[in-house]
Design a protein around this ligand. Structure first.
Ligand code: C2E
Ligand code: MG
Ligand code: MG
Ligand code: MG
Length: 285
């Protein structure tokens, strides 16, 4: 259908790409009704203390139970929701659900250390004026302590961030909310820049742990992780690693000084009761 510039040659449309475009369009227009109808749900993936293997909390990961396409992962719709602005109400919904869930866990585990909740923030939510007031309002209404919440912002969202963008994050950090720099190591940010950001946690991207899957692990990867951990700790930042898939990796990352880990080796993302069971097993066994 596409007519090439200047000629009268017609190129065939790529049917696969066409189908994807239609789906993208279809998904985009279906998003608002999906939120209203309650088609989104959240899975929780445990965050584990590498020192003693205990469950510290979980990351909230949103999914869409689409009536025709089945369960869709965030990679299929977050970007679309960002383009239409729906990410703001969707993100607020995820935050409220997650905060409420953390509060439930804490009530059921009064004797264990308080389980914490990590929630992803998209760049559009950062620039939305309601971020701080919505977060405060939700924490107060649900009754969760700010230090039980960690907001994850990707490194790329904060590259070159000016003070206006950092101000709401600073306010939240001052209240005791943890801010994590997600997918760290993929955004080519200036390491010295880290000092300027109101973050307290670095989340090392999965690409690092992937390099450690072979045995023996790539020595250069090990050196890089070792260096990042040293830098982070010098700046008083905790280090979380994502994508831990084997026990050998977990052991290596523990030896390298990483603080917290997340990955299929411990558990895949799952329903809230699954986290409850893991944390309980941990506290009693
Ligand atoms: P992320 O925040 O970096 O989340 C980690 C992703 O890695 C999740 O994918 C998780 O399921 C996956 N993962 C965890 N452990 C392993 C492992 O051992 N091996 C492998 N191969 N993968 C692992 P998921 O759930 O598909 O989420 C993808 C991205 O979507 C997230 O990356 C996050 O950036 C975004 N996202 C998820 N939920 C939300 C949300 O509520 N709001 C926003 N703005 N973004 C979200
Ligand atoms: Mg994340
Ligand atoms: Mg991540
Ligand atoms: Mg990631």
């Amino acid at each position: 259908r596409a007519k090439s510039a200047g000629g009268n040659r017609f190129e065939l449309a790529d049917p696969v790409q066409d189908a994807r475009a239609i789906t993208r369009h279809g998904l985009t227009t279906a998003l608002p009704a999906a939120l209203a109808r309650g088609e989104f749900f959240i899975e929780y993936q445990p965050l584990v203390n590498l020192g003693d293997g205990s469950v510290r909390g979980a990351e909230a990961l949103v999914r869409w139970l689409h009536p025709q396409h089945g369960i869709l992962g965030p990679d299929r719709f977050i970007e679309l929701a960002e383009h239409t602005g729906l990410i703001v109400p969707l993100g607020r919904w995820v935050l409220e659900q997650s905060v409420w869930q953390a509060r439930q866990w804490q009530e059921r585990h009064a004797d264990a250390g308080p389980l914490r909740i990590n929630v992803n923030l998209s760049p559009c939510q950062l620039t939305h004026p309601g971020l701080v007031s919505d977060t405060v309002e939700i924490l107060e209404r649900v009754g969760l302590a700010p230090h039980s919440l960690c907001l994850e912002v990707t490194e790329s969202a904060l590259i070159g961030a000016d003070d206006d963008l950092l101000k709401p994050l600073r306010r939240l950090a001052e209240m005791g909310v943890d801010i994590a720099l997600d997918d760290f190591g993929t955004g080519y940010s200036n390491l010295a820049n880290l000092r300027r950001l109101p973050v307290s946690v670095l989340k090392l991207d999965r690409s690092f742990t992937q390099g450690m899957q072979q045995f023996p692990a790539d020595p250069v990867d090990l050196k890089i992780v070792e260096g990042i951990v040293a830098l982070a700790h010098n700046l008083d930042l905790a280090v979380t690693v994502e994508g831990v898939e084997t026990g050998a990796q977990a052991e290596q990352l523990r030896e390298l000084g990483c603080d917290t880990a997340q990955g299929w080796y411990y558990a895949r993302p799952g329903p809230p009761d699954r986290l409850h069971q893991l944390a309980l097993a941990d506290a009693t066994g």
